[in-house]
Write a protein that binds this ligand. Structure first.
Ligand SMILES: [Zn+2]
Length: 236
């Protein structure tokens, strides 16, 4: 088995080290999707700052990071030496070198930051932009982290007087699957505490990577129905 390790490329090698020593498990790092959900960073840079600050200070969201991104990279860098034989074999096939700190940093950056923003960002911003466009007379804004954690609400819709009308939760079409049922139940319990209707906006990621919203019209209708008198034709 070890003979094959030498032909691993650097990325596979770091994957292996990361996996063998459980470096990216939340107990050793940070539960980055929870951090994303709590604070909704818009950029990679914002997410890096969040990871670092959740190590250095205590945030009311309750998430604690076990280190800064640089510390995660350092741990990975050092873990390359834990198994001397594996290290020698890998180094042998790679001109005597293991991965540098910079390469380790690039790896953890990809794992925690780049992939998270790529995964979570587009559906959130598409939902926000679509609802803003379709509800031009209302205020549509991202929920703050408290609303998100306490009520499972991603987007808040208000009237012009700043009265909250409804909450919107953005979910993947995979959300209705059996494995997600528990999460669903928990969300509904949270939604009920919001004291305003919460609608579910469903997105689907197509095979070509494009993200589409599946029910934005019906969510918009539901929201309008909260404010329009009965029999009012919203198209005028
Ligand atoms: Zn926080």
């Amino acid at each position: 088995m070890l003979e094959n390790e030498g032909i691993m490329n650097k990325n596979q090698w770091l994957n292996r080290i990361n996996g063998d020593y459980f470096l990216s498990q939340p107990k050793n790092s940070v539960y980055v999707m929870a951090l994303y959900a709590a604070h909704k960073p818009n950029t990679e840079k914002e997410l890096v700052t969040l990871i670092d600050s959740h190590y250095k200070t205590t945030c009311q969201c309750g998430i604690k990071s076990k280190g800064t991104l640089k510390m995660f990279a350092q741990k990975l860098y050092e873990a390359q030496s834990y198994n001397d034989l594996a290290k020698q074999l890998f180094a042998l096939k790679n001109k005597g070198e293991i991965c540098t700190f910079e390469e380790c940093f690039e790896y953890v950056y990809d794992l925690y930051v780049r992939s998270t923003i790529k995964k979570a960002g587009p559906s959130q911003s598409l939902s926000l932009e679509t609802l803003k466009q379709k509800l031009p007379t209302l205020i549509v804004e991202e929920s703050n982290s408290t609303d998100d954690l306490a009520f499972a609400v991603d987007i808040v819709v208000k009237d012009k007087n700043n009265n909250i009308l409804a909450g919107v939760q953005v979910k993947s079409n995979l959300y209705e699957s059996k494995t997600a049922k528990n999460a669903h139940k928990m969300n509904i319990e949270k939604n009920q505490k919001f004291q305003k209707p919460v609608f579910y906006l469903i997105y689907e990621k197509l095979n070509n990577g494009k993200i589409i919203l599946k029910n934005s019209d019906s969510v918009v209708d539901d929201i309008y129905s909260l404010i329009l008198p009965k029999n009012f034709d919203k198209k005028e």
